[in-house]
Design a protein around this ligand. Structure first.
Ligand SMILES: [Zn+2]
Length: 91
């Protein structure tokens, strides 16, 4: 067996809502597999173009996403970032 992996980033990255602590999503970079555990949206900062996950339960925002994950979510789930206000009134 090989020794301990030099990179701790080889494991899936987990995204958890900072407000309600729902487990939202996991992303495994090497295999490009994404698992969604809860309904999420994407929100893009108007000025910086940084994209975050939005928890649809409490509208809490996660840390800034890697651009590769944003692309994956767009291609696989059809998620497109929305800019502007976090809160949108439903029709
Ligand atoms: Zn939440």
């Amino acid at each position: 067996m090989a020794g301990p992996a030099p990179s701790p980033r080889s494991r899936p990255i987990h995204y958890i809502c900072p407000s309600c602590h729902l487990y939202l999503l996991s992303w495994d970079q090497p295999t490009q597999s994404v698992e969604m555990f809860h309904k999420v949206g994407l929100w893009e900062d108007f000025w910086t173009r940084e994209v975050r996950l939005i928890c649809q339960y409490c509208l809490g925002a996660t840390d800034i996403l890697d651009q590769r994950l944003v692309e994956l979510l767009r291609n696989r789930f059809g998620l497109a970032p929305t800019g502007g206000a976090l809160r949108r009134s439903l029709p």
